[in-house]
Design a protein around this ligand. Structure first.
Ligand SMILES: Cc1cc2nc3c(=O)[nH]c(=O)nc-3n(C[C@H](O)[C@H](O)[C@H](O)COP(=O)(O)OP(=O)(O)OC[C@H]3O[C@@H](n4cnc5c(N)ncnc54)[C@H](O)[C@@H]3O)c2cc1C
Length: 392
């Protein structure tokens, strides 16, 4: 049987950042990850790091490549009525964001953990968590080669994403679930083409939402609003490029040059929160506890914020047997989570086409965009949330 202080299930941003934060305080952990290393290092997902997330990665020794290769953005553009309007983060709130792919963050975190002797067990799927109401919970796992084992620990961190196992270890009557599903999805592609703009462009158009984003000076990440049941197979590349151009059309339209498509996929637009984020000796963090629609670029950032709170609570426990921060963990995280949900839902509602909208509601949506881009107070509120509310 393996034994450690904190058993961490999942080597996504939440699990890896937690393991690194704990190691820096002399607290042992073992990370169990269901997939192999190449898979988790290649999984293309989020790409916007809030100001505080970028600083934290640097502070834990995983920020060198991000600082060298990440793209610092001092604003974003909102495009509607065929025109772009800039929200200048630097001027409005004195902060910026860093565009750096989640898969690169993962590579950096794995490298630093392994360099420092950290234990990450790949190809190791947790299938049960027992004894949560005892002082020694146990995570049961099976490896890809068919063998199995147990990890005994003082605490379990459920960092295993939305489809993980840990949340299911909690008796259902101990949890409340909050959920909202939007009636559309995002069809995203990663393409070998230089970004058409220096900053992200969020577009509201009669044909549907479009987002121009990027991962590097030569790779773009592009999204189109699509139907929930959209079949990506029905979209030859040419159709995608034409639809994108149609949604960006107008004054000073950004010109996206078609390039080789490296990855494509449809992502649902869902908001989900479970409360509390703790059951006895199990602490849920990141997507295991909440999902936000990607319009606010908050998913990975929330995962990192959760484990920062958790690491502080665990440090207080191991250094002075204090339980108060562990007891406050769920409430502390949920305050931030609900503000991120509010912001993400607001951005999603403001920027997408809703088939059910009446002409009156459509005009309200355009008035909202007009207000946000013409009022300093409203622009500032958007900027403050987008770069990330303070981590404390
Ligand atoms: C397709 C997609 C696109 C996204 N795009 C964006 C975006 O553009 N912007 C944005 O902000 N956010 C985006 N997100 C959300 C963002 O990527 C997540 O919020 C973030 O990955 C959360 O990190 P996490 O560590 O909590 O979970 P994850 O990154 O999901 O990590 C969980 C880990 O646990 C492992 N695991 C699962 N079950 C087990 C088990 N039983 N045993 C062991 N290991 C297990 C998984 O393999 C995984 O490595 C996207 C998510 C998806 C799925």
């Amino acid at each position: 049987m393996l034994r450690t202080q904190v058993g961490i299930v999942g080597a996504g941003p939440a699990g890896l950042v937690l393991s690194q934060l704990l190691a820096r305080e002399g607290i042992e952990s073992i990370v169990l990850e269901a997939r192999d290393r190449a898979y988790v290092e290649g999984r293309v997902r989020a790409g916007v790091l809030e100001h505080g997330t970028a600083d934290l990665l640097e502070a834990i020794g995983a920020g060198q490549r991000m600082r060298a290769q990440g793209l610092v953005h001092r604003g974003i553009e909102l495009r509607f009525g065929g025109q772009s309007h800039r929200i200048d983060f630097a001027e409005l709130v004195g902060k910026s964001i860093t565009v750096y792919g989640q898969q690169e963050v993962i590579k950096d975190l794995i490298a630093v953990r392994l360099q420092q002797g950290g234990a990450i067990h790949f190809d190791t799927e947790a299938y049960a968590v027992d004894g949560l109401d005892t002082a020694r919970p146990v995570v049961r796992y099976r490896k890809a080669d068919g063998s199995g084992g147990e990890l005994a620990c003082d605490f379990v961190a459920g960092c295993d994403g939305f489809h993980g196992t840990c949340r299911n270890a909690v008796p259902p009557n101990q949890l409340a679930f909050f959920e909202r599903t939007f009636p559309f999805s995002w069809f995203g592609i990663l393409a070998e083409t230089p970004p058409a703009s220096q900053e992200l462009i969020y577009t509201n158009h009669e044909r549907g939402f479009a987002l121009i984003s990027m991962r590097s000076p030569s790779v773009s990440r592009l999204y189109l609003q699509c139907a929930v049941d959209e079949d990506p197979g029905a979209w030859p590349d040419q159709r995608y490029w034409e639809e994108l151009a149609a949604r960006l059309a107008g004054y000073d339209a950004p010109e996206v040059k078609p390039g080789r498509v490296l990855a494509r996929g449809v992502t649902g637009m869902r908001a989900f929160v479970v409360a509390p984020m703790r059951y006895e000796r199990l602490f849920l963090a990141g997507d295991a506890a909440h999902i936000v629609p990607p319009t606010g670029a908050k998913g990975m950032n929330l995962a990192v914020a959760d484990v920062l709170v958790l690491s502080r609570a665990l440090v207080a426990f191991y250094t002075s047997r204090r339980l108060d921060l562990l007891d406050a963990y769920s409430d502390t995280c949920l305050r931030r989570v609900w503000k991120a949900q509010r912001f993400s839902s607001w951005m999603t509602s403001m920027l997408h086409r809703f088939d059910a909208h009446t002409p009156f509601e459509r005009r309200l949506q355009l008035a909202e965009l007009d207000y946000v881009t013409s009022s300093r107070a409203a622009s500032q509120a958007l900027a403050e949330n987008y770069v990330g509310l303070p981590l404390d």
